[in-house]
Design a protein. Sequence first.
Length: 99
Amino acid sequence: MVRRKWSWKGIAVGAAFFAATAAVLTFYVWYQTEAVKLGLEIARNEDRILSLEKDIEALKLERARLLDPGRVERIARDTLGLVDPADAVILYGRAGAAR
């Protein structure tokens, strides 16, 4: 049996093929990893958006409760001691006020 010698050209072609295959496989694995990471990040952000939307709704309800005219009037009368004016209210020092 005769042993064949490898030529430099054959070795170079083999090495180039191996390097190209390794580069393509490396890119494919990186691409898939990034796709999975982005999918997880999107899911996390969607959950955060839902949570923040719930918080916004709760804060809107709280604001409506705090700004309820009956509550504001009750605080004004009971806590601050404010009362209705006895007669008409006259504004002084305002531009365009009736004299």
